[in-house]
Write a protein that binds this ligand. Structure first.
Ligand code: ADE
Ligand code: ZN
Length: 338
């Protein structure tokens, strides 16, 4: 069994990380104070006591509420640099970072403020740690596709350095089929396409993401195990799933890690990756997720290296960087566990 310190040395890529979900309670209080805002929480403990979620929606309510403290480019820069620092300490060599433009626009925060801050924080974080990153703009599936398309055009007009688009927020009742025009436009622009699907909703939502949106990766996708034909499709087309084990337990998708379908997905041959989703809310960063599945699901060092190789394969990195990272992972596997 690998020790947690050994897992932090395993080179890995993070592919499912909402930057707004890295907003730690301490930073919420600090930014609120800086902006002269009154928080509806008496203390850090009072805020933390609200992190017992019933389901996805109960989490999203708090996640969107806490974003109120993110107002300036500097706030976004601090958040991003802090994430990259923490991710690098956990062995992350590259991160493809989600952000939710609409969640800020509806609060009156200009898009330029958000994008400039993310870019500045990413630059500073990479300069400090060597961990690189890229940005993926996610659209909120519980808002209209017309609005999503408008925001995509704004991002293009301002030459925002995004590598792709995603789809997140409340899933049930908001199928991928509502967003076909947004994804068609993204394809026309040469952007990568991913989408959350099969987190709480069933396999139908994953089929739609594949067949109607043409996604290259599925975020979560854990409900795919309920449909054998769908699992075969993921295997044959090598469509990766970005799985977030601690998130799934905190949002009650599975009762415990022992009930997680990760072993089934790996056994079937799905390109499964391990990620943290919203680490400030779900009890751990990506290395914590690797450590938890190693411990609770009995994964050995070879399994962990395989998951890390999958994260490299599933990334949108250039081939040369992928080869270099794969070599680093093999070197980790070849070393005795610390
Ligand atoms: N936004 C942030 N985290 C999310 C999740 N786990 N599912 C859907 N939307 C999200
Ligand atoms: Zn997510």
């Amino acid at each position: 069994m690998s020790s947690p310190t050994d897992i932090t040395a395993l080179p890995k890529v993070e592919l499912h990380l909402h930057i707004e979900g890295t907003l730690e309670p301490e930073l919420i209080f600090e930014l609120a104070s800086r902006h002269g805002m009154e928080l509806p929480y008496a203390s850090l403990d009072d805020l933390r006591a609200r992190y017992a979620f019933e389901d996805l929606q109960s989490f999203l309510d708090l996640y969107y509420a806490n974003m109120a403290v993110l107002r300036t480019a500097d706030d976004f820069a601090r958040l991003t640099a802090a994430y990259l620092r923490r991710a690098a300490a956990g062995g992350v060599r590259h991160a493809e970072i989600f952000f939710d433009p609409q969640a800020h626009l509806v609060r009156g925060v200009p898009l330029a403020e958000v994008v400039e801050g993310l870019v500045e924080g990413a630059y500073a974080g990479t300069a400090e740690t060597g961990t690189t990153s890229a940005l993926i703009a996610c659209f909120l599936r519980d808002r209209s596709s017309e609005e999503a398309l408008e925001v995509l055009e704004q991002l293009v007009a301002m030459k925002a350095p995004i590598i792709g688009i995603g789809l997140d927020s409340a899933e049930v009742g908001h199928p991928a089929s509502e967003f076909t025009d947004v994804y068609a436009r993204a394809a026309e622009l040469g952007l990568h396409r991913v989408a959350h699907a099969g987190e709480e909703a069933g396999p139908d939502y994953v089929w739609e993401a594949l067949d109607l949106l043409g996604v290259q990766r599925v975020d979560h996708g854990v409900q795919s195990v309920r449909d054998h034909t769908l699992v075969q499709r993921l295997v044959v087309d090598r469509i990766p799933l970005t799985v977030c084990p601690l998130s799934n337990v905190r949002l009650r998708v599975f009762e415990s890690l022992a009930d997680h379908v990760l072993p089934q997905l790996l056994a079937a041959g799905v390109v499964t990756t391990i990620n943290s989703d919203d680490p400030a809310y779900f009890g751990g960063y990506v290395d914590d997720n690797y450590a938890a599945v190693a411990d609770q699901l009995g994964l050995d060092r070879a399994d962990l290296a395989r998951l890390a190789h999958h994260s490299v394969e599933a990334s949108f990195l250039p081939q040369g960087r992928k080869v270099a990272l794969d070599r680093e992972i093999d070197a980790w596997l070849g070393e005795p566990a610390s």
